[in-house]
Write a protein that binds this ligand. Structure first.
Ligand code: NVA
Length: 396
């Protein structure tokens, strides 16, 4: 008596009032490959960036020995406004370049990452930044997959693109929206002893592919994945374990997507495949000369007719003192369509290689070195939401 009815009629009214379900505005989520014509993508923002706190998934180091001596320890709290503004200027320029190429761009929400975070199982003094959107979410065909990340300071980073996901899901009736189980990030998810290994020990164990996370829970950063249509390849790394690869395999098998692992034994502390093995187009991969793919994986690619082209050494191997990524950010290029690529402006050798040996007709150099501070370059700081491509089968 006097209580509201929650029968099916009432539910339908509720659904209509709240605009749940497809609205049919015609936007589509679609990206099967790394090379299809790019139509829409998200570009990260550096606002409110903080230094990543020391944690089981990341023990950061100042990579400039002089500054390391001066400062003594890893800094805490907010990054300087100058460093944020410099990165934002380059990110905004990337937006302009993409728009000029006919790509619609979207940006993450500006959030306050200086807030501490406490869950029942861990606490961190501050969060990070929504610059490398590539790490938090991936489009695989018509499915957006929120990653199961390992870093505590990045636990809520996905919220910066939640509105974009909401809008896409409402507008595209075919889109699937999945989120991997949110990792507990409890201490027992990590193998702290890995941090004590010397480089020699890491080298000895390199074929075991064991890093600072164990296999208690599925873990992966979206940037550990690369797409070739019906097949996707995932790198076991500091940010991706075999349980994470198995989770992807089970989730994507019903759609006919085959999930493979890709191993790079000579990278002793790997994370993210996009400075190591960069797919340029059908049957062509840019490879890292210091991080060859494992022989058993290479065979599979070669027997399916793929060619590997080694990248040269970076023209400028310098990186900012607090960047936790390597000189190979030079390889973190962004292919925006067949034969079309954006490359960091100082990497002239790579620009020439792409033009003269890899069939690229449009090579667009842009300044991006101030974004290196946040661990990524052009590919890392983007998330493609729409490419004109299909579920091609290049491993028949
Ligand atoms: N871990 C990679 C960076 C990936 C963006 C590297 O340092 O080369």
């Amino acid at each position: 008596q006097g209580r509201r009815s929650f029968g099916s009629e009432a539910r339908e009214v509720h659904v209509a009032q709240h605009k749940v379900g497809p609205q049919g505005h015609g936007r589509k989520l679609n990206a099967w490959t790394q090379w299809g014509e790019l139509k829409e993508c998200v570009v990260g923002v550096a606002d409110n960036a903080c230094f990543p706190p020391v944690q089981p998934a990341m023990i950061p180091e100042i990579n400039d020995p002089v500054l390391r001596n001066v400062l003594g320890e890893w800094p805490r709290g907010r990054k300087s406004q100058r460093c944020i503004d410099a990165a934002n200027q380059e990110l905004d320029n990337l937006v302009n370049v993409l728009e000029g190429e006919g790509v619609k761009t979207l940006r993450p929400e500006v959030m306050d990452w200086s807030q501490p975070l406490r869950t029942p199982l861990f606490a961190v003094e501050n969060q990070y930044v929504a610059c490398c959107v590539r790490d938090t979410v991936i489009t695989v065909g018509k499915t957006a997959i929120e990653a199961a990340m390992s870093r505590r300071d990045r636990y809520f980073e996905i919220l910066a693109v939640r509105q974009i996901l909401r809008d896409l899901w409402r507008e595209d009736p075919e889109m699937l929206w999945k989120a991997a189980p949110k990792p507990s990030m409890a201490d027992d998810m990590y193998d702290l002893s890995w941090w004590d290994w010397t480089d020699e020990e890491r080298y000895e164990h390199m074929h075991k592919y064991r890093y600072c996370i164990n296999n208690e829970e599925p873990i992966f950063d979206a940037a550990d994945i690369t797409r070739c249509g019906k097949d996707i390849f995932v790198q076991p790394s500091m940010t991706c374990n075999y349980a994470g690869i198995e989770w992807l395999r089970r989730e994507l098998a019903p759609q006919g997507i085959r999930v493979h692992s890709a191993h790079f034994p000579y990278d002793l502390a790997p994370s993210h495949i996009d400075c190591t093995f960069v797919i340029l187009g059908p049957h062509l991969v840019l490879t890292n000369p210091e991080r060859p793919i494992a022989d058993r994986d290479a065979e599979f690619w070669k027997e399916n007719g793929w060619q590997f082209v080694d990248c040269g050494q970076p023209d400028n191997p310098e990186r900012p003192a607090f960047s936790q990524s390597s000189k190979w950010l030079s390889m973190n290029i962004f292919v925006i369509g067949p034969g079309k690529v954006i490359v960091e402006e100082q990497e002239k050798g790579l620009q020439n290689l792409l033009k003269h040996q890899c069939g690229f007709t449009t090579v667009i150099p842009i300044p991006f070195r101030n974004v290196f501070e946040y661990g990524g370059s052009l590919h890392c700081s983007t998330w493609d939401t729409r490419r004109e491509d299909d579920m091609v089968d290049l491993f028949p």
